[in-house]
Design a protein around this ligand. Structure first.
Ligand SMILES: [Zn+2]
Length: 100
C-alpha cells in the first residue's frame, strides 16, 4: 500500500512533501534505468504526464513549484500484486465439495 497523501499537501516546501518527491524521483529514475528509457514523464499539474524530460531534475523542480496533477496514481503500472492469492483458496474449497 502506497500512501499518496503527501502528493496533495498544500505546503509543498514542508519536509513530508520534499522527502516524498525525493523518493518518487528515485523510483522514477530506477524505473527509467530498468526499462532503458531515455526520458521520464512529468506528472506535474501542467505537464500531466504528457511532457518528457531527460533529466529528473526538471521533474523534481516542476513537482515542487507546481505540484502533482489531480488524479495521478503512484506506480499504477505494476502495483497490483498479491490480489490473486485469496481467490485461488476459495476455488479449491469449492471443488472438494462438488465431487460426489
Ligand atoms: Zn512538469
Amino acid at each position: 500500500m502506497v500512501d499518496r497523501r503527501w502528493m496533495y499537501l498544500d505546503n509543498r516546501t514542508c519536509e513530508e512533501y520534499l522527502s516524498g518527491v525525493k523518493s518518487f524521483i528515485a523510483a522514477t529514475e530506477a524505473d527509467k534505468l530498468n526499462r532503458h528509457l531515455c526520458a521520464i514523464c512529468c506528472p506535474c499539474i501542467d505537464c500531466e504526464n504528457m511532457t518528457k524530460f531527460s533529466s529528473s531534475m526538471h521533474v523534481h523542480a516542476h513537482l515542487i513549484v507546481r505540484g502533482f496533477m489531480d488524479d495521478y496514481l503512484f506506480g499504477n503500472e505494476h502495483g497490483e500484486e498479491g490480489v490473486n492469492d485469496r481467490g485461488l483458496q476459495d476455488g479449491h474449497m469449492g471443488e472438494g465439495i462438488s465431487v460426489s
